[in-house]
Design a protein around this ligand. Sequence first.
Ligand code: ASP
Ligand code: MG
Length: 408
Amino acid sequence: MALIVEKYGGTSVGDVERINHVADKVATSRESGNDMVVVVSAMSGETNRLLELAREINCEAPARELDVLLSTGEQVTIALLSMALHRRGFDARSYTGGQVHIRTDSVHGRARILDIEDARVRNDLANGRVVVVAGFQGVDEDRNITTLGRGGSDTTAVAMAAALNADECRIYTDVDGVYTADPRIVPEARRLDRITDEEMLELASLGSKILQTRSVEFAGKYRVPLRVLSSFEESPGTLITYEEPSMEQPMISGIAYNKDEAKLTIRGIPDEPGIAYRILGPISEAHVNVDMIVQNVGADGTTDLTFTVHRNDYEKSLDILKKTAVELKARDVGGDNNIAKISVVGVGMRSHAGIATTMFQALANEGINIQMISTSEIKISVVVEDKYLELGVRTLHKAFGLENSDES
Ligand code: ASP
Ligand code: MG
């Protein structure tokens, strides 16, 4: 008998028919003898609908009240799914995050889980019940409702699996696993049977929307056996693994892209200690996250600095940078939000040389100019003009032989 945590995303519970379908799937797992904990998201579109309502009432709604509002989406689906399970003869119990007692910090809108009380859930499981838990939410020390950030139900599921020491955590979504590239751009893209947690983490933080980044961090920390699979078709999905990759590991596991960034440059600034701090300090004080940063070598005593931010923060960042430019007597300031970031990811990079060369050559052959480069141990990212996004992703998918299905 295994303990399984299953999570169903918004599209999987998008209407009554789909909720019934999820109930059938849960029923099958339960009947085969597994203890079942099910985490659900709000019905697709619901969280956005609630956000829009709030905006209409008060575009500066207090974060605490937003969390009270947004948490209702998941409360609807836990109740409906439990009802569907009862209809099928199963004793199911739904719980909000607060009722389970998923304790978080007090950062409304992106709270972190501190710990989970498992007594109530374990007691239900011992009594043969199916436990249905609302994703995306918890309570802080003062019992204020908190939410975990968009896509946070993934993190609820992984955290529940860690707290209960589950045998497997299955994230059911609308794609049947992790692909070598977005199949909408690369029709030859393949589903990966396995991917390491480090690669998954890079892919998530590079903008692949499959799993919330924090859920992957959590899974890695507690080594939660995690699988991503489709609720609409039968497929083994993709298993996230923690072992050291084998020798035959392909060099590259996947290509990720991101169209959500913008680039800012400040030129002709004094090349002296404290400059990066004076430029980027005000940006971070405005709660803008900086992703890539490039500073060149200042030969004539001046230097240039280029960095990227989320596109939504572009105008704000440009205003801040213009002020800094006046203070520093910079030569000029520029910006560009027609950029895209393309990344190749793979733990195989650690043991193979020449990945960067292959990447740059492939892009050069297509006449794609690289504007910025950044690397980590297991990824190389480049910024290019956004009109080259699709061509770039396809070119790299081919250059690294990812369409050949003879891995594993
Ligand atoms: N309903 C929340 C969202 O749309 C959480 C989730 O679906 O994971 O972001
Ligand atoms: Mg999601």
